[in-house]
Design a protein around this ligand. Structure first.
Ligand code: VGL
Ligand code: ZN
Length: 223
């Protein structure tokens, strides 16, 4: 049986981290030593992703009329751009990871000298895209990254996911990796959540989907 693991470090960007991030996740910066330890392991493929939005992105509260435009609080209904009859509820956020801004940059202390690919995501203003693979809404996807192609072309069997945020982009990236047919692992201690209270539900979703949780010290990762 072949085993070719890839490490995918999701959205470890200034805007998701204290002290100055627009959408700072509690403890977001504290996972960097663990991420750097993972990056030092002999994964044949290492990838970092970046949330990378235009200023007019649909997920920014500032792009919607009041009163339903409160960052973190408002859920709004958006239409599928390819089929306006189909709608979806989505959460609004502060402006974050705008292309060309400081907030969109990867943390300088993250050892990206070890990654072969930086994959950008979330560039289409019409759809939310938590997963680093594609928006979940449109078919064919109006917003799709290069991630699936990179992993399939390289003959990857297993995908290890870490980074930010545990309950959004890490979660949807891991669930999509599983759907793409990869054996999928989430490195729990190398993530932090926007809403840590939802993590038990996230872990239940992983269990249902066959996504595995793994620790940095586990054998599964040291191979
Ligand atoms: C993310 C909220 C909005 C994430 C991205 O990277 O988890 N969360 N955009
Ligand atoms: Zn975003």
């Amino acid at each position: 049986m072949s085993f070719k693991p890839a490490l995918v470090v999701v959205d470890v960007q200034e805007d998701f981290c204290p002290p100055n991030g627009a959408l700072a996740v509690g403890g977001g910066r504290d996972i960097v030593p663990t991420l750097n330890e993972l990056l030092s392991l002999p994964f044949p493929i290492k990838i970092a992703t970046k949330d990378f939005h235009p200023q007019d992105h649909i997920s920014f509260a500032s792009n919607h009329p009041s009163p339903n435009n409160k960052p973190f609080q408002s859920m709004i209904t958006i239409k599928n751009p390819l089929n306006p009859e189909e709608t979806q509820q989505t959460r609004l956020w502060p402006d974050h990871c705008v292309q060309g801004t400081k907030g969109s940059e990867l943390l300088p202390e993250l050892d990206i000298s070890k990654v072969q690919h930086i994959v950008e995501k979330g560039q289409d203003k019409r759809v939310e895209m938590y997963s680093a693979f594609a928006d979940p809404f449109t078919n064919p996807n109006v917003s799709r990254s290069k991630l699936a192609e990179i992993l399939h072309k390289a003959g990857v069997t297993d995908v290890y996911v870490a980074g930010l945020a545990a309950d959004y982009c890490v979660k949807f990236t891991a669930l999509d990796a599983r759907k793409e047919g990869f054996k999928t692992w989430v490195v729990g201690e190398a993530t932090r959540a926007v809403d840590p209270s939802t993590l038990p539900d996230v872990y239940k979703e992983y269990e249902k989907a066959g996504v595995l949780l793994v620790g940095v010290e586990d054998e599964a990762i040291k191979k």
